[in-house]
Write a protein that binds this ligand. Sequence first.
Ligand SMILES: Nc1ncnc2c1ncn2[C@@H]1O[C@H](COP(=O)(O)OP(=O)(O)OP(=O)(O)O)[C@@H](O)[C@H]1O
Ligand SMILES: [Mg+2]
Length: 213
Amino acid sequence: MDGKFISFEGPDGAGKTSVIQQIQEDLEQQLGKEAVKYIREPGGSRISEEIRQLLFDNQNADMDPRTEALLFAASRRQVVVSEIIPALKAGKTILCDRYVDSSIAYQGAGRGLGEQEIWQINQFAIDGLMPDLTIYLDIESELGLQRIAEHRANQVNRLDKEKLAFHQTVRQSYLRLQQRHPARIKLIDASQPLPTVINDVKTTIHDRFSELF
Ligand SMILES: Nc1ncnc2c1ncn2[C@@H]1O[C@H](COP(=O)(O)OP(=O)(O)OP(=O)(O)O)[C@@H](O)[C@H]1O
Ligand SMILES: [Mg+2]
């Protein structure tokens, strides 16, 4: 497949969505609108967005953790088949707001289901399709939660409400993943001002794909 698959990872409030918005705009300038595809996870396709609604519905606070993990994997499966693979075949650059690493960190570590177990159900879902490059936006949990509280208080969802310890566990899992897969996962200090973070991300993307930026 000719396309480029870039995922963005990091704890809540790290700045993934903010960074991707700018990266998408700049890449569209360079490559043309059709050459770039943004996907948010869970979601990104019709069926996957329906699964997303189930996952984030505040009425579903009693959802079983394994149900939750399977729904994330199911949403991912659908978006891989219906959106990601076709876009890669068409040579597009995919900017994916979360992917498998999120499940390992949140469900595997955060919910205590086991990183290995979550990796296995996700293998079934993605059938080997991993990103070429993963941008990991690293941030102290307190600062990430503070950003969400300050800027998005009206949009806090069910999973944002988990306590600080949960977020710290998630971050530690991300850091382990980065250490285990240093060639794929690149760490960016997301506590910096947004323009600096964006610049670091662009440099990192360019290091991997010299034709971008
Ligand atoms: N580098 C930064 N410095 C200060 N504020 C930032 C920075 N990056 C993002 N923000 C602000 O923090 C808030 C969270 O950012 P954003 O929604 O991009 O994070 P996210 O990683 O996508 O979070 P989530 O995982 O919850 O989707 C936003 O209001 C954004 O404006
Ligand atoms: Mg986001």
